[in-house]
Design a protein around this ligand. Structure first.
Ligand SMILES: Cc1cc2nc3c(=O)[nH]c(=O)nc-3n(C[C@H](O)[C@H](O)[C@H](O)COP(=O)(O)OP(=O)(O)OC[C@H]3O[C@@H](n4cnc5c(N)ncnc54)[C@H](O)[C@@H]3O)c2cc1C
Length: 332
């Protein structure tokens, strides 16, 4: 992300091409995959998430794509230059939406196969999803709902996919966007508390002394929501890095943020703030109307704003986030 000079100027030793494979919090040591051992005084774990590996037969063929690293992006661009013309996208969420937009702009035929009953369920309501689905279909994307793929067929190259109902779809590229896993295996022997992420308090301190966590890998105590959550977005990760750094330097700063993130595609903007998880105790205030394609909802729990989802109403989303933040502080 930065030039090598930036690291040198800021007195940061950058090691690439190796992974942390073990943590000994008593000896305060991290072991790397090349066998080197690092001694630390204070440790920050910010290992993010990994793309979930697709394990069905044929999923290891060339042109079955993931999207996380620069190499992934280069492999996709190469396929586009090589004249691939039919893509199947597996999954329905922000990345599938944005990739569908890019592929359609290159006139690639796109079929999106989703396990869900509607697009981006349950992060979007069915009403909200109808706006997105209408746009996808209008722009030539074929949607297949309530469906899974059982096999990718072909030789070295992808020639198609087999659906659970036995149908075959011809394609020469597949995009496997089937979710993420939080990589914590290397920490199991360390004794750190894991709970679908690395458990942390509001100061981003883990259960081990002098070990902090930040970003997508943290399940932290959110004082605004009064809940333990994992937030997988860039704003949250960046701000947690700042808070963790201050605390590693001796501060005792609680992490207080209502983060938001957006997905852009086909000229629309889908935005989320706070906690959008579908839960039984949630109530909704609907905003705008579907026909104008400016629609969304403010999400309440016990009369407090806990989140918001907005399509083409981003300004309102930031207001909801501000209200949620202030309300959260008042309640403490
Ligand atoms: C395609 C895509 C599009 C996205 N678009 C948006 C968006 O529009 N808006 C938004 O808010 N968010 C978006 N996100 C999510 C956003 O990128 C993440 O929330 C953010 O990058 C999390 O930052 P992080 O530092 O926690 O983890 P990451 O950015 O995932 O960084 C983790 C780093 O740790 C390294 N690592 C992992 N394990 C080890 C180990 N054992 N040893 C050493 N290193 C290790 C990884 O290689 C990686 O370099 C997107 C994500 C993807 C994949």
């Amino acid at each position: 992300m930065k030039s090598e000079d930036w690291y040198t100027t800021n007195n940061i030793t950058l090691l690439t091409g190796c992974a942390a494979v073990a943590l000994d919090a008593t000896a305060k040591q991290v072991t790397l995959s090349d066998g080197k051992i690092f001694q630390y005084e204070k440790l920050l774990i910010a290992t993010g998430t990994h793309n979930r590996k697709w394990t069905i037969p044929g999923a290891n063929k060339k042109s079955v794509h993931y999207l996380r690293t620069l190499d992934h992006a280069k492999a996709i661009i190469k396929d586009l230059h090589d004249g691939k013309s039919h893509a199947v996208i597996v999954g329905s969420a922000c990345v599938t939406y944005e990739v569908a937009d890019i592929l359609r702009s290159k006139e690639i035929e796109v079929t999106e196969v989703m396990r869900e009953h509607y697009f981006w369920e349950p992060a979007l309501s069915q009403d909200e999803a109808s706006i997105v689905e209408e746009r996808l279909v209008e722009r030539g994307v074929t949607l297949i709902r309530d469906m899974e793929i059982t096999e990718v067929i072909g030789g070295d190259e992808v020639e198609g996919v087999i659906l659970k109902d036995g149908r075959m779809l011809h394609c020469d590229m597949v995009f496997a966007f089937i979710g993420v896993d939080i990589p914590t295996n290397w920490l199991i022997s360390s004794g750190i508390t894991l709970d679908r992420g690395i458990h942390a308090n509001q100061y981003l301190e883990t259960s081990l002394p002098d070990v902090w966590v930040a970003g997508d890998t943290a399940r932290y105590k959110d004082v605004i929501l009064n809940d333990s959550v994992v937030m997988g977005n860039w704003m949250n990760a960046t701000k947690q890095g700042e808070t963790a750094a201050m605390n590693m330097l001796g501060d005792k700063k609680g992490f207080e943020l209502v983060s938001f993130h957006s997905s852009h595609g086909f000229g629309d903007m889908i935005s989320f703030a706070g906690d959008g998880r579908a839960k039984e105790d949630r109530e909704y205030i609907m905003r705008g109307n579907i026909s104008e394609r400016k629609y969304g909802r403010i999400i309440l729990c016990e009369n407090h704003i806990v989140g918001a989802t907005m399509i083409n109403r981003t300004q309102e989303l930031t207001s909801a986030a501000r209200l949620q933040y202030m309300h959260g502080l008042l309640l403490r």
